[in-house]
Write a protein that binds this ligand. Structure first.
Ligand SMILES: [Zn+2]
Length: 268
């Protein structure tokens, strides 16, 4: 489990260690969308929630589509509009688990929900304004980064009372610049958000016409465009593609594979 020192609330991003799953999912897989045994997945999720001391019993998980759609779960939000997942008789028996379909980020000011997102190379982006009591959990792959889903999520935090100055951010383990080779259309997608000379600071041309992309740095610079300082953003240096001991990676293995999850809950 990876955590951020400055995010003063229950949170964490799982790795592939400490779970009960087998085969390509071994051992810690938190995705209930694949073909892993559901009982094992729910045991893994329970272990993660215990590890971060989350006490909320309502889990809201994304079903991600590389969009910039962000769900806001405020006091008036009706949970019944979400898709309920049956957890009866599993390790999550005393939890409620809901899925926000076709959604890549969640923002809340509630203390009774845990926000959950899924990863296997994309960027986990967590945020909290501890003083104002607002958190976010955002899946930001290259498409989401280029579409500025982080800006959408931060704007929703501001609407719930957070301030740019008060928000701390954490970028988790994901595809690193050491391994993340991409082609020209990926680079072109960033042109709406970044100037060409800015792109050249996080995407490095290779002799084969492709690029090594530093997606963490792209997210940092995108957030700095909103007024954040670099010191407000903690970045985990680990690369999911080359660290096969600790992480699942879609780029490395394809399907079937495990997923890792980022969790965050506002302190109750
Ligand atoms: Zn790497």
């Amino acid at each position: 489990m990876n955590t951020f020192i400055s995010l003063l609330t229950p949170h964490g991003i799982t790795n592939r260690l400490g779970g009960v799953s087998g085969g390509p999912y071994a051992t810690m897989n938190t995705s209930f969308y694949g073909t892993d045994r559901i009982e094992d997945v729910f045991e893994n999720i329970k272990r993660a929630l215990v590890a971060i001391n989350a006490d909320a019993k309502i889990i809201i998980a994304t079903q991600q589509v590389h969009s910039k759609k962000v769900l806001v779960v405020d006091a008036s939000f009706d949970l019944t509009v979400l898709k309920p997942i049956d957890v009866a008789g599993t390790a999550l028996d005393d939890y409620q688990l809901y899925v926000a379909e076709q959604t890549d980020g969640i923002v809340t000011d509630r203390k009774d929900v845990v926000l959950m997102t899924f990863y296997a190379d994309c960027v986990p982006l967590l945020g909290i304004d501890a003083e104002k009591g607002v958190i976010m959990n955002v899946h930001s792959g290259w498409r989401g980064t280029a579409a500025a889903i982080s800006h959408v999520a931060v704007d929703e935090m501001l609407t719930l009372g957070a301030t740019i100055h008060g928000i701390k951010l954490g970028i988790g383990q994901c595809a690193g610049v050491c391994c993340y080779e991409v082609d020209q259309p990926v680079i072109d997608a960033f042109e709406g958000l970044f100037k060409t000379d800015e792109i050249s600071t996080f995407a490095f041309a290779k002799d084969n016409g492709r690029y090594m992309l530093d997606l963490k740095e792209a997210n940092v610079q995108s957030l700095m465009k909103m007024g954040f300082s670099r010191s407000q953003i903690e970045v985990n240096p680990d690369c999911t593609i080359c660290d096969e001991v600790h992480y699942h990676s879609h780029r490395r293995t394809g399907y079937p594979r495990g997923s890792m999850s980022a969790f965050i809950q506002l302190k109750g």
